[in-house]
Design a protein around this ligand. Sequence first.
Ligand code: NAD
Length: 317
Amino acid sequence: MLVIRYTTQQFEYWKATLKEILKHVRASILDGLEVSDVVLTDVRKAIDAHTLSGGQRPGLAVVLVGSDPASMIYVRAKRKDCEKAGISTRDFDLPIDTTQEELLTLIGELNADNEVHGVLVQLPLPPQIDEIAITNSIKSSKDVDGFHAFNVGRLALRQHGLRPCTPRGIMALLHYYGIDAKGHHCVIVGASNIVGRPMGLEMLIQGATVTTCHRFTKNLEHFVRQAEILIIAVGQQGIVCADWISEGTIVIDVGINRLENGKLVGDIDFESAANRAAWITPVPGGVGPMTRAMLMLNTAEAAGIFINEPHKQSPDV
Ligand code: NAD
């Protein structure tokens, strides 16, 4: 009897100690800076090998309309990545009052240009220009953002195509760290055309069970609590409360919010979430660099240097 009581007391002691230790165990970081560097190096090597054997250097046309400060920062970073990856760039910085017809004419020329393999039009566009018309006017084989209806449709059907960069970057990040989504419940918060929707398709390809939440979802907490993989892409700081996360969740924060002091933060409080999650992406330094690296990969793919085959990845769900 005495022995049993002693053992129970010991067990309780160790349980409490372990709980205390776990409180201080923080999530491992999904380091987008490190992984994007690996991707860019691989892309560079492949491009160098391709050009050395007489192939054409991939070319990316980067079109910026107006001078939105955030867009200018993104475009500058993308041009730098091109340098790193060995992709030649053509820059088109157009005035804010550019008309839709003028932009369509430029895209038509770039579509026909054999030295341009990828066409990127930085969004958002000024209000006089219809973004959908522009996105779908880019030749689908040069649509390195992966926003064209043809490419999204191909992704939905698990067929080869240029894939939207952010979801693709998230899948590459998980793959790098050996995280297999198959059979896991992935909850995506946000259902936009460029992140949430294609993210669900990517996860489905990997055999995850997918729940997509959006602005009309009732009781977001209920769904977040069920997530084994949680992807948040809303653009509202604190939209998901860290207390809702189950211990051991993999947390991917896509959101970018600039605070009044200029600091960039994600959609979830990183410090609190890191105390509950198993893995987490920092902001900045998580999804952002992966998105940019996928743009380089897509450009190399558009030039015929790589090919992705989603149907071969897919465990026929
Ligand atoms: P968006 O505005 O197009 O979409 C936001 C989504 O959030 C919508 O689907 C909406 O239904 C949902 N939403 C709004 N309120 C909600 C609520 N209360 N509960 C649940 N869902 C809600 O935004 P987006 O273009 O998808 O971008 C989202 C965020 O991700 C932004 O901060 C953006 O800057 C960032 N982003 C980052 C990268 C990157 O590479 N890191 C790439 C793209 C977007």
